[in-house]
Design a protein around this ligand. Structure first.
Ligand code: MLC
Ligand code: AMP
Length: 494
């Protein structure tokens, strides 16, 4: 049996999930996920490693479906509730999903896909109590596919097995001392490793309680913090930035009451993007907490973390987590001495199995001796790693989302008025980076609002450029290659 579900049996009477004001126990999660698994299997469907996509808001139903898919032997493919149909369809077609589970609010969005051949649509509210037995699940089986942007145009599906997920969970639960007394608030999107593994799965592995907010809302988060139930919080730097901005708008007495509540937390973590020291310091003044910064990636869960108990180093990501091997390597994948900077390469049971249906991309992601090449450049300083940047200018991190410049360029180039374009990440205190697009028009004029409206059904909102620069030609070197660093500077100087 899947370890996460076997574990849950130790905590049957405890609270597992709170969503929409309702509290659900581990027993309810076990029962409902079993019903879902049996319903998915009914009609003699063999779901071993079948891709089952699901589109439901964060909450109990999401978790019960995720567990139901796993218990039926399937591979869980979470879809993003904010994505336009084109992005959802891409994931469904790329994974060749045979079942799509969705809640009623997505009925009309998904309607155009109903004609897809060999796809079964299942409404999440329609699961009935079922009798029957569930298949044996091997921990080496594929469990989940999450989509991530890379240096190729289209997002790739990152496949993890049950064993991978278990390794990702246990290195965090031991390093950060999770226990059944913990209560975490989950405000993160549930199609990425941060919200799914670090928050949800770690809580459920530990017998703790995971409370959901359906979306990010600073005022609601502070209200919940003030109830003194939540004692753990994990978020991306942009969220801490937004919480600080909201705190600054409160009255002195509200600020005081909130700070008192925050000081009682056990742990607050930041990751998915570099934490600006200014954000760390302001949050410390507000909450009394030095944010624990850690480093990870969809392909490997978390790899490096500041320590839980001893001193954390601002601007640094810390040391390898339990069970994870880390090295720095040069461009020939040779390990380098500790004093030099190089690519972070990672090995361990936490590292993913493959990119779905992309053997070439998978083999290119590993060195010949099996190290995963992260593409992040770091240096080791007094025993603590510090990220210096990425080896590709085409990877942008905005608000914790990884975004491929090439994917956006490909879409922009399909506009009838666009002759050429180049997309870059522009440094920004709130978002880490924001997307800038330089556009060369064939003729006429185009307003950024028109482009934004045109992109709306083609790309998720967070992939839509925030700044545009219309140019006669793109900056290029003598070889004719676009000089993206020069372009970045043009945006900065704007
Ligand atoms: C939203 N918008 C963004 C954005 N998020 N723009 C750029 N970057 C982002 N990340 C835009 C929307 O398109 C919209 O634009 C406007 O902001 C308001 O949208 P919203 O959806 O209401 O925004 P909000 O809820 O405030 O979202 C901000 C956020 C969100 C920070 C809460 O981006 C978020 O949840 N980020 C977390 C991502 C995450 O979990 N990453 C982990 C990946 S795993 P307009 O123009 O239409 O108004 C990973 C590994 C690891 O990285 O180490 O963890
Ligand atoms: P994703 O592919 O969305 O999982 O994002 C993974 C990437 O996020 C990593 O390759 C890093 O570039 C970045 N990242 C995650 N955590 C940190 C951190 N603490 N500091 C800097 N970058 C980070």
């Amino acid at each position: 049996m899947i370890a996460l579900i076997r574990n849950a049996q130790k905590y049957r009477e405890r609270n597992a999930i709170i969503s929409e004001g309702i509290t659900y126990t581990y027993q309810q999660l076990l029962d409902t996920s079993k019903d879902i698994a049996l319903a998915l299997l009914s009609g003699d469907h063999d779901l071993q490693e079948a891709r089952i996509a699901f589109l439901v808001p964060p909450g109990f139903s999401y978790v019960a479906i995720q567990w139901g898919i796993w218990r039926a032997g399937g591979i869980a493919v979470p879809l993003c509730v904010k994505h336009p149909l084109a992005s959802i369809q891409y994931v469904i077609e790329d994974t060749e999903a045979s079942v799509i589970v969705h809640s009623s609010e997505f009925e009309s969005l998904l309607a155009p896909l109903k004609s897809l051949p060999n796809v079964r649509f299942v409404r999440s509210g329609q699961f009935r109590k079922q009798q029957g037995s569930l298949p044996e699940i091997d921990s080496r089986q594929r469990a989940m596919i999450l989509y991530t942007s890379g240096t190729t145009g289209n997002p790739k599906g990152v496949v993890t097995t049950h064993q991978n997920i278990e390794a990702q969970i246990t290195s965090l639960t031991t390093s950060w001392e999770w226990s059944q007394n913990d209560h975490i608030l989950n405000v993160l999107p549930l199609h990425h490793v941060h919200g799914i593994v670090n928050v949800l799965c770690c809580a459920l592995w530990s017998g703790a309680c995971c409370q959901f907010l359906d979306r990010f809302d600073a005022a609601k988060i502070f209200d919940l913090f003030s109830e003194n139930e939540v004692n753990l919080f994990m978020a991306v730097p942009t969220i801490y930035f937004k919480l600080i901005a909201h705190y600054n708008e409160l009255s002195k007495s509200e600020q005081h009451a909130l700070s008192v509540a925050l000081k009682k937390f056990r742990l607050m973590v930041s990751g998915s993007a570099a934490l600006p020291i200014s954000v760390m310091e302001k949050w410390k003044q507000i909450s009394g907490h030095e944010l624990l910064e850690r480093y990870g990636m969809t392909e490997m869960g978390m790899a490096i973390s500041n320590p839980y108990r001893v001193e954390r180093r601002p601007g640094h990501i810390g040391q390898p987590l339990a069970g994870v091997q880390v090295r720095l390597a040069d461009e020939n994948d040779h390990p380098i001495s500790d004093t030099m900077s190089g690519e972070i390469q990672v090995k361990g049971p936490n590292v993913f199995k493959e990119y779905w249906n992309r053997p070439k991309a998978t083999s290119e992601a590993f060195t010949q001796d099996g190290w995963f090449k992260t593409g992040d450049i770091a240096v080791l300083e007094n025993g603590s790693y510090r990220i210096l940047g990425r080896n590709s200018v085409d990877i942008i991190k905005s608000g914790g989302y990884k975004i491929s410049a090439l994917e956006i360029e490909e879409v922009l180039r399909s506009h009838s008025q666009i002759k050429d374009c180049a997309v870059v990440g522009i440094p920004d205190e709130e978002w880490g980076e924001i997307i800038g697009a330089s556009i060369v028009l064939l003729s006429g004029t185009l307003h950024p609002d028109q482009l934004k409206a045109w992109l709306k059904d083609k790309l998720p909102g967070y992939k839509s450029p925030k700044k545009y620069l219309f140019q006669e030609d793109l900056p290029r070197n003598v070889m004719g290659k676009v000089t993206k660093n020069e372009l970045k500077q043009l945006f900065i100087d704007q």
